[in-house]
Design a binder for this molecule. Sequence first.
Ligand code: UD1
Length: 312
Amino acid sequence: MPRYLVTGAAGFIGRSIAAALLARGESVRGIDNFITGRRTNLDGLEAMEFVEGDLTQPADCEKACHGIEIAFHEAALASVPRSVANPGATNAHCVDATLNLLVAAHAAGVRRVIYAGSSSAYGDTPALPKREDMLPNPISPYAVAKLAAEHYMRVFARVYGLETVVLRYFNVFGPYQDPTSHYSGVLAIFCRMMLAGEHPTIYGDGEQSRDFTYIDNVVHANLLAAAAPAEKVSGSMMNVATGSSITLNQIVNLLRDLTDFNAVPVYAESRSGDIRDSLADIHLAKELLGYEPQVSFREGLKRTVDWYRTGF
Ligand code: UD1
């Protein structure tokens, strides 16, 4: 019987956590409904027990949680613009799915659930860096949904005694992130386009900034969150990021060098629900988990370009 569950195991973050667990020799079950996850992302994860299922279905959550000790809940319907186009779907796959998973986890005696929170919860308030004690201010349906599920996490710790940890990710990027959808993360899109000799589109003036976080740092934080003592972390929420930010214009410049393509971005109107600047304070994760970023943005970007060059 597997000890660990990874939801969204065919997604970019889920498959990366599953791969790290397997590399440590752990037993892992993964679940995915393939709405945004890709079957090819399961290549290399053959040692994982895989369940095709949908967390909006309570029966699938029960199957997923059976016998599990620790669950990494990465499944979601990511993307701000997708949520603007279809808020109901985002709510179903981010909020209903999380509640179903928590109910099933509690019933099955799962000890700990670790949740992929989102920096979008902070919204467009000017204060930077974002600290966990700031009032959330979601400005898109996606942000509302990811935040609502955070609250369920904390309440399940408080009311039902389930150990829960919320990691608020800031713009995660790296190998296996799908670059093919209009809803994909910006770095995946820019890497793919510039490697193909295409000019990327920047929504807005390109001076918006993000705390882009390389995937290995997120995997590292999750493994620490799984091992941390309950008295220290259960019911907690913390940022997972690098603590530094970069603008889209600067990124295009870096990618010009890494891809050898002299792109001239096309500037288009800003997207609704978009945030201007995002930068994390990461002291709390340091204090609670001993978390330190393992891979810098520049090194991560280099590895990511190398992966898209050969891997996609
Ligand atoms: C948001 C959340 C993040 C979440 C992610 C899920 C914030 C601060 N962050 O990221 O936590 O995980 O959604 O999808 O809310 N852009 C372009 N050209 C493109 C694509 C995007 O200019 O082709 C721009 C966007 O308008 C935005 C920036 O790049 O200004 C980043 O966009 P994206 O990668 O979608 O992430 P966020 O919306 O920042």
